[in-house]
Design a protein around this ligand. Structure first.
Ligand code: ARG
Length: 420
């Protein structure tokens, strides 16, 4: 008899443990980014940081405590393909020389929290000095500080004197950025070095840029052989490659070399768009940036030269964005946060809609498309069983009012509530 009672007791306990979840959410409307449809009044069960089950609330029978999002629009955590968490939007141009690498890492702690607050639960950090981004990524993974899941690149690779070098001081100071190398073998060594110190993606500069001193934004940097060496070595090591590229020739050369995404893509021609489509290369276009640079950049220390370049680039980039969307290119969501303040990442959605996307397409860019670009479709991008419990909520239907993604009201990452 006693044995029987024990067996019953343990069976009861087992059902109770099976029933107790790390978290339960009641969701008013869950968006499926694949189809643009909502499932209404759903439960989401969360265990060990992942989604354990999703279904109709009416079928859910338990008196466990739950997080009540029954009035809200619930989306998968957002992804940004291009941020610089250790960079500060108030510190550009010569002001940047005052920031040590440890100081930048601390800036990164603040920005990581702001980014997560804004609903961005996974980001690619494309370029940081001194591996500060890798340190930040590790600190977040260790649970020391809050922040998004980071795919960090470490230092961006670039030519001597190029956009990814530091050209602010004359020769006697002998300053050069960490990722500078010339020639295919030196670049393979740089890729290996980044990998050695923890990089999970490789970033290189294929053309000049807006915010660097003395670079021509339209001009190609790196010869094809150099780009090919970077890409081949990265892919050998299982790392994807993101190429900063504004100018048409640099874009096409980087695509030919086999990169996975083109960042900025400002002067992309129709043949560049076709090449990107043919090779399945994502275009990550920071169409929010221009307004911020032109209104706030001077105060933040951006060089007059940079503001002049931006006056040319911004408008053309947005027209290119429209053409690329129309042509059906694969579009990522990459904002280049740090140029503008971290936490405003979601401001870019409305710009993407203004320049040719439907609201759903802009959300797809920041969810399923980026998940694919990151090689993480099994883990992020939709609210589905088995994926990370990265879940956000907003007060209004973002398909009706895309601006609502500027003010995300609930954020969960890995099953842990960051904001409510
Ligand atoms: N980091 C980029 C660069 O310096 C920012 C470009 C911003 N401008 C733009 N229109 N998206 O080149």
């Amino acid at each position: 008899m006693q044995k029987f009672l024990l067996a019953v007791a343990s069976a009861v306990m087992m059902t109770q443990t099976a029933l107790a979840h790390d978290a339960v959410i009641r969701a008013g409307y869950i968006l499926d980014p694949e189809t643009g449809t909502y499932a209404t009044d759903q439960y989401i069960l969360i265990d060990k940081g992942r989604i354990d089950d999703v279904g109709d609330w009416t079928d859910y029978d338990s008196d466990e405590d739950y997080i009540d999002l029954s009035e809200k629009y619930v989306l998968p955590g957002l992804l940004d393909a291009h941020v610089h968490l250790t960079g500060d939007s108030q510190v550009h141009g010569y002001k940047r020389l005052t920031r040590s690498t440890p100081r930048q890492a601390i800036t990164g702690v603040r920005n990581a929290s702001r980014t997560l607050d804004a609903g961005f639960t996974t980001v690619r950090n494309l370029g940081a000095a001194g591996y500060a981004d890798i340190a930040l990524m590790e600190a977040i993974e260790d649970g020391d500080v809050p922040g998004p899941r980071i795919i960090a690149s470490g230092p961006s690779l670039g030519i001597t004197g190029g956009h990814c070098d530091n050209n602010l001081l004359p020769a006697e100071y002998d300053v050069k950025a960490d990722g500078v190398a010339d020639g295919p073998w030196a670049l393979r060594a740089k890729v290996r070095e980044n990998k050695k110190y923890g990089a999970r993606v490789i970033k290189f500069c294929a053309t000049g840029g807006v915010l660097s001193k003395g670079t021509d934004v339209g001009a190609q940097q790196f010869a094809f052989e150099e780009m090919k060496a970077i890409v081949d070595e990265a892919h050998l090591n299982g790392l994807k490659v993101a190429a900063h590229a504004h100018g048409a020739k640099g874009i096409e050369t980087a695509i030919k070399a086999g990169v996975d995404s083109i960042e900025h893509s400002s002067f992309i021609t129709d043949s560049g768009i076709e090449a990107a489509k043919r090779k399945g290369v994502y275009l990550s276009m920071d169409v929010y940036n221009s307004d911020y640079i032109l209104s706030e950049g001077a105060k933040a220390g951006m060089l007059e030269e940079s503001l002049n370049k931006e006056r040319r680039v911004g408008k053309i980039q947005r027209e290119s964005f429209r053409r690329a969307v129309k042509a059906g290119a694969k579009m990522a969501f990459g904002s280049d946060a740090a140029v503008y303040p971290h936490g405003q990442n979601g401001h870019q959605f409305a710009y993407m809609v203004k320049w040719g996307m439907t609201p759903l397409q802009s959300i797809q860019a920041a969810t399923i498309n980026n998940a694919d670009l990151f090689g993480m479709s099994a883990d992020v991008g939709t609210i589905e069983i088995g994926k990370f419990a990265d879940i956000i909520a907003v007060e209004e239907d973002p398909l009706e009012n895309i601006h609502i993604l500027k003010t995300v009201s609930f954020v969960m990452k890995n099953g842990e509530v960051h904001k409510k």
